[in-house]
Design a protein around this ligand. Structure first.
Ligand code: PA5
Ligand code: NI
Length: 184
């Protein structure tokens, strides 16, 4: 009987343990992601927009395994558009993923290969099934941190290039104080 090497802090959604990988996305790393690139470029580039933790017990790309992650998005907007993740399809396109809300107020934006876009509200305990062949991105629409966890297949991979080239067909912007999906 041994101790697990990774713990999930249930209150915060954070992972702890030596095997947990961490990455951060600052404004300087998100060129071209937001609609208003001029505003993004003019804001302090060291501002932290989101951070990701991942527990990847087997090599990425190998089939048969599962990865586990935590994402935290800081509140704020770039112009009218909420802070959000870059978003991606999976490289191994037909692989799904679970997201679930831990704290804060978010919106999960999804887009299929025909560029149909839809979205689900994310909050503490909300469970989100992301089907295969569906791009996904999360926006923080609240005033607090948005924290969610994720579980995805070890051979899913991340295709960021398709979104970098073509974007999502709709963006989440604040209109009259409320989040609204607007065609882009
Ligand atoms: O596996 C996932 O889909 C998540 O862990 C995301 O990678 C995370 O939320 C960060 O978003 P992105 O990878 O689009 O920058
Ligand atoms: Ni994913």
């Amino acid at each position: 009987i041994v101790q697990p090497s990774v713990f999930l802090k249930l209150q915060s959604g954070k992972l702890t343990g030596d095997q947990v990988l961490k990455s951060q996305k600052k404004l300087k790393d998100l060129e071209g992601v937001f609609q208003d690139e001029q505003i993004r470029a003019a804001l302090p580039q060291e501002s932290l927009i989101y951070e990701v933790q991942a527990f990847m017990p087997i090599a990425e790309g190998k089939s048969g395994g599962l990865f586990f992650g935590n994402s935290t998005i800081y509140p704020g907007k770039i112009g009218a558009e909420y802070h959000m993740t870059r978003g991606h399809f999976h490289s191994n396109l037909d692989t799904g993923e679970y997201y679930w809300g831990v704290k804060g107020e978010g919106i999960l934006i999804m887009m299929d290969e025909d560029r149909n876009v839809w979205a689900e509200e994310m909050s503490e305990g909300s469970v989100h099934y992301i089907p295969g062949k569906v791009a996904h991105r999360v926006a923080n629409v609240g005033e607090e941190l948005l924290v969610f966890n994720a579980c995805w297949p070890s051979d899913a991979g991340h295709d960021y290039a398709t979104i970098a080239e073509k974007g999502f067909a709709a963006r989440l912007v604040e209109v009259d104080g409320e989040p609204k999906l607007v065609d882009s």
